[in-house]
Write a protein that binds this ligand. Structure first.
Ligand SMILES: NS(=O)(=O)c1ccc(C(=O)NCc2c(F)c(F)c(F)c(F)c2F)cc1
Ligand SMILES: [Zn+2]
Length: 260
């Protein structure tokens, strides 16, 4: 493949994790080798229905900035695709680089994008809470969307305008109407594979759904992400950049595609 992932993971500052996760056979992120992905005609279209009024707040958790949603009922859900059940939206967040040459967690044919969006959903049909779902093999479904440098993204701008208010770790602001559907590419095509959280506890509970087409954002919008801080108020400032985990081994997994 395209890198020495094991060593990089062990040495990567953000993830002082052991060289491998004990028994880790489905870790994320991975490189998606387009020609090795297998078209699965039984994959259904992914159905997404988000209620913009379920949006609650934006906060900086010291890893990324998250937009959190009210997941106390089935109001913002996804169903179909590779999923057996419907899954509830809990939050979305991003990963990005210090420069535009890297930043995404997944790669396609070893190509990095400057950033990657993760929309995090949990299986509320089978599990009573997100915390329990995180520990189960089919507990979570995360939609990954690549960001590429291009035209300004008007929908993203409302988020970007709020970032100065959550510059420091553990700051939060109310954010009460936002439709995350505006951050999805119009093309329905995706890859899917069985993986894990990409931050501790790295639990192997995620069905990944990676959209084939990126969305476009402009340089100023990416730069706005890079003005955030890992550090809290009063601490020495540490810019929030390169908050992506190194690539993990594919091991005995196949990436399926919803398209020929
Ligand atoms: N980059 S990603 O793979 O999309 C990813 C998605 C969600 C989380 C997360 O919810 N972490 C906090 C968190 C946990 F890691 C738990 F294990 C738990 F039980 C929680 F309740 C919880 F909020 C971490 C990484
Ligand atoms: Zn993520």
């Amino acid at each position: 493949a395209c890198c020495s992932y094991r060593l990089r993971d062990a040495l990567h500052p953000l993830w002082q994790s052991p060289l491998t996760i004990p028994g880790g056979t489905r870790q994320s992120p991975i490189n998606i080798q387009w020609r090795d992905s297998v078209y699965d005609p039984f994959l259904k279209p992914l159905k997404i229905s988000y209620d913009p009024t379920t949006c609650l707040h934006i906060w900086n958790n010291g890893y990324s900035f998250l937009v959190e949603f009210d997941d106390s009922a089935d109001r913002s859900i996804i169903v179909g695709g590779p999923l057996e059940n419907q899954y509830r939206l809990k939050q979305f967040h991003f990963h990005w680089g210090a420069v535009n040459d890297w930043g995404s967690e997944h790669t396609v044919d070893c190509k990095f994008y400057p950033a990657e969006l993760h929309l995090v959903h949990w299986n509320a049909v089978e599990y009573p809470s997100f915390e329990e779902a995180v520990m189960e093999g089919n507990g979570l479904a995360v939609i990954g969307v690549f960001l590429k440098l291009g035209a300004r993204h008007e929908g993203l701008q409302t988020l970007v305008d709020a970032l100065p208010a959550v510059r420091h770790k553990d700051t939060v602001i109310e954010f009460d109407v936002f439709d995350p559907s505006c951050l999805l590419p119009s093309c329905p095509d995706y890859w899917t594979y069985a993986g894990s959280l990409t931050t501790p506890p790295l639990t192997e509970s995620v069905t990944w759904i990676i959209k084939k087409r990126p969305i476009e954002v402009d340089e100023d919008q990416l730069e706005a992400f890079r003005t955030l801080l890992f550090s809290s108020h009063g601490e020495e400032e540490r810019r929030m950049v390169d908050n992506f985990r190194p690539l993990q081994p594919l091991m005995d997994r196949t990436v399926r595609s919803s398209f020929r």
